[in-house]
Design a protein around this ligand. Structure first.
Ligand code: ADP
Ligand code: ASP
Ligand code: MG
Length: 408
């Protein structure tokens, strides 16, 4: 059987922690399984590398930024391999490219096109544990390309799919997926399992514990993903299984609450309400590779309408540059840019079949004096944009209102 284990930045953040990870990996390999390990860069290495780049050049070239960032995962994969060899466990470290991870050429958020597993299989046949540098692959031109922040999760699940692994195990600094980020709400409860759709929605709405594309791949290739603590004793159970089918919780159908701080909004006020406005605005943003998230257009009054949309903060400056002149062209009276909003989302597949979730959410927020700026929904999610200063409080208020601290 083949298993893929991924260890995040904190889990490989020091020599001591690397040794601890090596012990766990070696004991798994000793059980006779073929083990591929995917690692993140140590601790805050990626942030440090990015800061260095920006110190040299405030707008560093994307290709070289990826080359620089990719080194972080190479360091941790080489060191972990050395620790394994020191323990007498035969192992080999591979860069993403050496492990056959092929991506497109979108530096900074490259997508995996395919994985050619021959080298990994060859190393398995030699009896080696294979340690792969996460977060990176090789572009069609042979350049290093990175998958986007948090992308080592996606490397791990993609490798698991390519190797037909029985399970992908994501080891991190919390014991599993919680009813909300336990750093925000200490009463949050660790879930035994969560449906892939719920986790996908939560990850997309800011639950940083998993990279959304990793969850998507798990769903697509039907691979169960276990999220567990890198500290707990191996085999001691625990952790959260992300999988297709989950037994529905009988009472509380809100599964988790996510907070997304990576929000910036643009409002065009009093735009003449005529056909083609939206395409004139969103076409150029799409051409610039900016992905627009929430879009809300008010009912028009006197043929004038307000239009608000959100983007991620990394696209904020470019969005301003593009939308300011467009707003003028479209005849908007005013254009407002906001940086101080966050998104709070209730997520649960069970919400589809029960009424009243939205009402309880809005009432709880209003009773806490938290103003809702925008509301959006999907079939299994209700999202409110609120002022950033109230984001964490909103999460706690809703956690209590839906009694997520109570075991069901
Ligand atoms: P890694 O470096 O292992 O990839 P991350 O920092 O990316 O770890 O993800 C783990 C963090 O995700 C936790 O420390 C926690 O603060 C945060 N988090 C956000 N939402 C949740 C949630 N619902 N359950 C558990 N952790 C969460
Ligand atoms: N090291 C990368 C990051 O910090 C990728 C990862 O950790 O998943 O975003
Ligand atoms: Mg992560």
């Amino acid at each position: 059987m083949t298993v893929v284990q991924k260890f995040g930045g904190t889990s490989v953040g020091s020599v001591e922690r690397l040794r601890n990870v090596a012990r766990r990996v070696a004991s798994r390999a000793a059980d006779g399984e073929q083990v591929a390990v995917v690692v993140s860069a140590m601790g805050k290495t990626t942030d440090d590398l990015l800061n260095l780049a920006r110190e040299i050049n405030p707008r560093p070239p994307r290709r070289e930024t990826d080359l620089l960032m990719a080194t972080g995962e190479m360091v941790s994969s080489a060191l972990l391999t050395m620790a394994l060899v020191e323990l007498g466990c035969p192992a080999v470290a591979l860069t993403g490219a050496q492990a056959g991870v092929f991506t497109d050429a979108t530096f900074g958020r490259a997508r995996i096109r395919g994985i050619d597993t021959w080298r990994v299989e060859e190393e398995f046949a030699e009896g080696h544990v294979v340690v792969v540098a996460g977060f990176q692959g090789q572009s069609p031109q042979g350049d290093y390309a990175t998958l986007g922040r948090g992308g080592s999760d996606t490397s791990a699940v993609a490798l698991g799919a390519a190797l037909r692994a029985s399970q992908v195990e994501i080891y991190t600094d919390v014991p599993g997926i919680y009813t909300t980020d336990p750093r925000i709400e200490p009463q949050a409860r660790c879930l035994q399992d969560i449906a892939s759709e719920e986790m996908l929605e939560a990850a997309a709405q800011g639950a940083g514990v998993m990279h959304p594309r990793a969850v998507e791949l798990g769903l697509l290739y039907d691979i169960p993903i276990l999220v567990a603590s890198s500290q707990a004793e191996f085999g001691s159970g625990g952790g959260t299984l992300i999988r297709r089918e989950v037994q529905m919780e009988p009472e509380n159908r809100v599964r988790t609450i996510a907070l997304d701080r990576d929000v910036a909004s643009v409002t065009l006020r009093h735009v003449p309400d005529r056909p083609g406005i939206a395409s004139q605005l969103f076409g150029p943003l799409a051409d610039a590779g900016i992905s627009v998230d929430t879009i809300v257009q008010n009912a028009s009054e006197l043929q004038l309408t307000d239009l608000t949309f959100t983007v991620s903060q990394s696209d904020w400056e470019e969005t301003r540059e593009i939308s300011r002149p467009l707003a003028e062209e479209l005849g908007a009276a005013d254009v407002l840019f906001k940086h101080d909003l966050v998104k709070v989302s209730l997520i649960g597949t069970g919400m589809q079949s029960g009424p009243g979730y939205a009402a309880t959410m809005f009432r709880s927020l209003s009773e806490a004096g938290i103003n809702i700026e925008l509301i959006t929904t999907s079939e299994i999610r209700i999202t409110c944009l609120v002022n950033a200063a109230h984001g964490e409080e909103a999460v706690r208020v809703l956690h209590a209102a839906f009694r997520l601290d109570e075991a069901v």
